[in-house]
Design a protein around this ligand. Structure first.
Ligand code: NAP
Length: 273
């Protein structure tokens, strides 16, 4: 059985396919629809989009055109990190749903704890407002699971102190050499699934000789080593590729890295951080 048909269980019992398909930098249009349709044809059942990516419409169209039922595909989207009000979040959600063309979403995330133009700012109070909007949509059954992205331990503690419903997911930048252990540990303790974005280091990780060496012993590519590493760390990888052969490659992860290999990967220098 392919890992594309295996699941993690979120803390509310919802099942989420173990490998997601990242869609960043594939912009709305016929090419995007075709690329997403190909990913679905190849077995991906978990698509990661965001209002920011400018491709929600194409994600919706690709699912509509495919012969897979909506209920069999897990869709994640995200509210822009610049939206920090209750009403603004509810409006953003409706826009996302219009673009996708569906009446419910599987997972909705706060894209970031701070807007991009003010990364160092403090938005603790505002994040609680945004979270309240997500809780409302969740309780109404519009969203099957809710979560956060790019939240640091401080941001999570703030949310946990005030939230009625705790997040099910934190989607963070995570790859070999960049493992953010404090965040992962906090998430584990609170049963929050960590999703690994940029699991290939946006492609730049793949030149590292250690990955090639370890790959050779398993007859797999550096990309497969990098993705398997995420899974063995208990995280859910979200590789992005517009290349059909790589879609297959990134899902063929049925091998196991030894403890020694995991340790070698843990020790890799983190110059891509
Ligand atoms: N929440 C957030 O703030 C956030 C931020 C960044 C990303 N994300 C999510 O995470 C997803 C993945 O992250 P990412 O797009 O930053 O980077 P990534 O998945 O780490 O890397 C993507 C790059 O690697 C290449 N690639 C893919 N598979 C490969 C393979 N088997 N061999 C060699 N090269 C390969 C792709 O090229 P081709 O496409 O040309 O094949 C692309 O250039 C995003 O698409 C998005 O859904 C979330």
């Amino acid at each position: 059985m392919s890992l594309l048909n295996e699941y993690f269980k979120l803390n509310n019992g919802v099942r989420i396919p173990k490998i997601g398909y990242g869609t960043w930098q594939i912009f709305d249009g016929p090419d995007a629809v075709e690329i997403f349709e190909t990913a679905i044809k190849k077995g991906y059942r978990h698509l990661d989009t965001a209002a920011l990516y400018d491709n929600e419409e194409s994600v919706g169209k690709a699912i509509e055109k495919s012969d897979v039922d909506r209920e069999d595909i897990f869709i994640t989207s995200k509210v822009l990190s610049s939206i920090k009000t209750y009403e603004g979040t509810l409006e953003a959600f409706e826009t996302t749903m219009e673009k996708l063309g569906f009446d419910y979403l599987d997972l909705y995330l706060i894209h970031g704890p701070t807007p991009m133009h003010d990364r160092e700012g403090n938005y603790d109070k505002e994040n609680i407002e945004v979270w309240r909007a997500l809780e409302k949509l969740y309780k109404e059954g519009r969203i099957r699971a809710i979560g956060i992205s790019n939240f640091r331990v401080h941001d999570m503690k703030n949310l946990m102190e005030h939230a009625e419903i705790k997040p099910m997911v934190n989607q963070i930048r995570f790859f070999v050499g960049n493992t953010k252990d404090d965040i992962v540990e906090y998430c584990k303790k609170h049963d929050i699934l960590v999703e690994a974005y940029s699991p290939l280091g946006v492609g730049r990780l793949l030149d590292k000789p250690v990955l090639t060496e370890i790959g050779k012993t398993h007859n797999v590519t550096p990309a497969q080593v990098a993705l398997r590493y995420c899974l063995q760390k208990g995280t859910l990888p979200l590789p992005k590729t517009k290349t059909p052969s790589r879609m297959d490659e990134n899902a063929r992860l049925e091998f196991t890295l030894t403890d020694d290999e995991m340790k070698r990967l843990d020790d890799i220098d983190d110059d891509l951080r």
